[in-house]
Design a binder for this molecule. Sequence first.
Ligand code: MTE
Ligand code: MO
Length: 383
Amino acid sequence: SDYSQEPPRHPSLLINAKTPFNAEPPRSALVASYVTPSDFFYKRNHGPIPVVEDINRYSVFVSGLLERPKQLMMKDIWMLPKYNVTATLQCAGNRRTAMSKTKTVRGVGWDVSAIGNAIWGGAKLSDVLELVGIPKLTSVTQFGGRHVEFVSVDKCKEENGGPYKASIPLSQATNPEADVLLAYEMNGEPLNRDHGYPLRVVVPGVIGARSVKWLEEINIIAEECQGFFMQKDYKMFPPSVNWDNIDWSTRRPQMDFPVQCVICSLEDVSTIKPGKVKISGYAASGGGRGIERVDVSIDGGKTWMEASRYQKSGVPYISDHASSDKWAWVFFEVTVDICHSTEIIAKAVDSSANVQPEKVEDIWNLRGILNTSWHRVKVQASH
Ligand code: MTE
Ligand code: MO
């Protein structure tokens, strides 16, 4: 593979793998701003970053089980109504390094920052599909299509040098309220190369793996995509499954991500001066479920206090309130009194009353995905 044309990247990113490039910001940088600057947004790649020379000749071919296949140029997509959707993207491998500490897992290691919150600008996929004759709120085309497959231009070794691909159900793709975007902007600027220039999919509330970057083809298909990242990866297995007895066909591809929360204001381990300590971090849940509560404990989980939550600074966040951003994370904050060395724990509850599992051992899986166990940081009090 050719890694000679990689884009420049911010020097403060923590690099987990060089080729393909996989990096995350320091956790303190994540809570420094509610909208994650593109430079600090985690970068998760499976091959070299594609080079697009001429955006005016870039096109997306829409075909498969439909009557009128169509080649869409960027100008066709720019012409559609533009939406700005604030959505949190999280890699299913976020917090994998911590899971690997109980028992080794296979995959790129990540600390707690394989997640970011951006304002994505672009056309709704439901509008794009209407251009090729698929009405809104459809779950099956007259030719039997039930899924929408996204194919990229990058080259991945997992696909034997072929492109990255993934699919979502047609019912989600044609639902305007699902807010699935073909995004050409991130935080008000054209997408940069790392994040999918010139066009990527953004599937809010779903693990990052389905938000295909450098989109080149959309296929209407009968069954879900048969690509590696749908069938041989990003599936959640029980702790009893190992590399000798795994049967990939027994599980469905992971879509929505579960409720998650992380303390970002403290490293594990942090040395602090005894007294008042402000603890802050992020919480998010998939599928558009809001965050109902974030609990923090400074005595190893014996007692808990509730943190305050917000999306806009100074405005209290109310889960499922009409003004809340349903696809975006919430920040939480609580001030605690620490007088001796201890472990600080955070856990969130979402609007469906889903709670995070206590122990990472209980959700251990061989690929190390979806580590949403209670987040713990040790603090050493030093007088
Ligand atoms: N799309 C393509 N074409 N190639 C990729 O390697 N990685 C996926 C997804 N889309 C990937 C891709 C994964 S696993 C994640 S978590 C997100 O992109 C990461 O998006 P980001 O790099 O913009 O943060
Ligand atoms: Mo990912």
